[in-house]
Design a protein around this ligand. Structure first.
Ligand code: ATR
Length: 275
């Protein structure tokens, strides 16, 4: 029940209608009996500054930040966690008595989604497809855990920018994708947005995928290339794990309570299987 004491958590993005975050978090709040309510706000680019000021003005406890604001929001907040500063992107804000602190829980969200499937990262060779916002958090996380990054992007300049940004954090090389490369790779990650839309081309020729590869996709639900990788015999990790774990870390930041991960996972499974 929403009362005069209920604390508000939000998400700012454009578009926002498709977000699953309110469902995941509200189910978790209810399960634990926490007096919070999570709502989605449709915030356009030219209203982001006012929206962030609104966090303070309305005493909103915290927000998630999603596309296209993760980078531009930084200029409007007061403090950054080390990860958010290194990556240059924020997906979670905590309002602590009027001081807004930015975090990036996508990093550990991705790492945990691999670890919970028993995948070790140290010294593994990762082929990262894509060099957008999501790719940055993933590359940073892999390097932090001692993995090696081979990055490919359609637009070379964006891959170069990521390499420049993270070259002091570990091994990162820009590559063209062919058979001799993939033979040497342990884990393939689709960090592009391909697979979101029905008619998208695949981010990689499936002939380059072998049973020895682990195939990860940040897109959910299942993409055509995930299906192919499964058919080939790979271990496949979809984007739901990252979605779930980034939410769990944000939940802890706002409430200081461990997230009920099983409840969140069940909620996601339920809505995604309903389609
Ligand atoms: P996000 O924040 O979700 O990562 P983004 O920053 O817009 O979104 O990045 C999207 C990524 O998907 C980019 O790497 C993009 O490649 P470009 O940098 O060349 O644009 C990639 N991508 C999107 N559509 C693509 C397509 N049709 N073919 C190849 N790559 C594509």
């Amino acid at each position: 029940m929403i009362t005069g004491k209920t604390r508000i958590i939000g998400i700012f993005g454009d578009p926002i209608e498709h977000t699953l975050s309110p469902l995941i978090h509200n189910e978790a709040f209810q399960y634990l009996g926490l007096d919070y309510c999570y709502v989605a706000f449709h915030v356009k680019k030219d209203k982001l500054k006012e929206a962030v000021e609104g966090i303070r003005a309305l005493n909103i406890k915290g927000v998630n930040i999603t596309v296209p604001h993760k980078e531009t929001v930084i200029q409007y907040i007061d403090e950054l966690s080390e990860e958010a500063k290194d990556i240059g992107a924020v997906n979670t804000i905590l309002n602590k008595e009027g001081i807004l602190r930015g975090f990036n829980t996508d990093v550990n969200g991705f790492i945990l989604s691999l670890k919970e499937e028993g995948i070790s990262i140290k010294n593994k060779k990762f082929l990262i497809l894509g060099a957008g916002g999501a790719s940055k958090a993933i590359v940073y996380g892999i390097l932090k855990e001692g993995g090696k990054v081979y990055i490919y992007n359609r637009t070379l300049s964006k891959a170069i920018a990521i390499k420049e940004k993270f070259k002091d954090h570990g091994f990162i090389e820009i590559v063209e994708v062919d058979k001799s490369l993939t033979e040497n790779i342990d884990i393939i990650v689709n960090a592009t947005s391909l697979g979101l839309k029905k008619d998208d081309p695949m981010p990689l020729n499936p002939e380059l995928i072998k049973p020895k590869h682990v195939y990860c996709d940040i897109v959910y639900p299942e993409t055509p290339l995930m299906k192919e990788a499964e058919r080939i015999g790979c271990k496949v990790i979809g984007g739901i794990g990252m979605l779930l774990w980034q939410a769990a870390f944000a939940f802890k930041i706002w409430t200081e309570v461990e997230a009920p991960i099983d409840i969140m996972r069940k909620t996601l499974d339920r809505v995604l299987t309903k389609g």
